[in-house]
Design a binder for this molecule. Sequence first.
Ligand SMILES: [Zn+2]
Length: 332
Amino acid sequence: MRFSALICLLILPCGALAGSETNPPEFPKAVSSEALVPEAAVPESASPDVGQFFVLANLEFTLLHEFSHMLIEELKLPVLGTEEDAADRIAMIVMLRARQHQSAEEVIPWLFAVAGDWYTEWELKDRPSGKIDYWDNHHLEIQRFHNIVCLIYGGKVELLEDLIDTEILPFERAMSCEAEYRQADHAVQWLLDTYGHSGKIMNTGEQFTVTYEEPIEGQNELMFDLLQSSRVAEKLVAALSARFSLPRPISIEFDNCVSEPDAYWHSPTASVTVCYELLGHFLNMAEYRQKNSRRACNIPSLRRYMGARLRCNDSNERAESEGEAKIELSSP
Ligand SMILES: [Zn+2]
């Protein structure tokens, strides 16, 4: 669930561990050390379409987050802390593992596209009279952003040293990020070792169906085309099927939504639903991020890896035209 705590409370037993009994079989190390997501699920990093790149990265994170809810419930996984936070951490660790052999130029922009979305959600959130839902079982968007940045940094310390003591990674938090990353990575490894299967592997079709509602015209249609060409959902469920035997079939449904753009796991129907509108929302976030990138461009690591995607040169020109001082940067 991304946004609505209300729906989560009403229809999702978030935190409830219902489901049939599962006997955790052995999972061979040689297989369990592999990433959950095949590298084939990753589009070429040099995609000329920045918006499409942003949408696909966030689609992958969203699906992995909802699949984490599904696994927690279907396999009766123990959860300490909040389930929402656990789902975010599983998703991010899987994304990191899937790209352990990729270059920094490929992996860093992909992961920071997810962080960038959460930052933007917070930046643009309508908070009348400063009202903030501290009671929500989801962390605040800005907390989810910082938690994700911390995991990315913790997993890629050698690449992102100069993130420390910037706006997005305060020194005090940076000091715990390597340990946080190792802890979350260990938990995912435990999940694979304990619940991953080594015996008969079921066909993907026996465990998952992926369906697409006819998209309404406009942006939903464009998102439908992107889903069809990327096949992200199909690749992710194939990877999941290769590692887990689930107690009942799961359906993945892409749909037009009448309410807010969202994605959610729904236990009674054993389904994960993703609204086309959520993907359109990601596209809008990408465009906003590009037009409002000056602060991000002032952070050397982000400028180094994402300067072109964030149009950092353009943002400097915009800043100058607005009469602001040109940003001095220590890296190209
Ligand atoms: Zn959730």
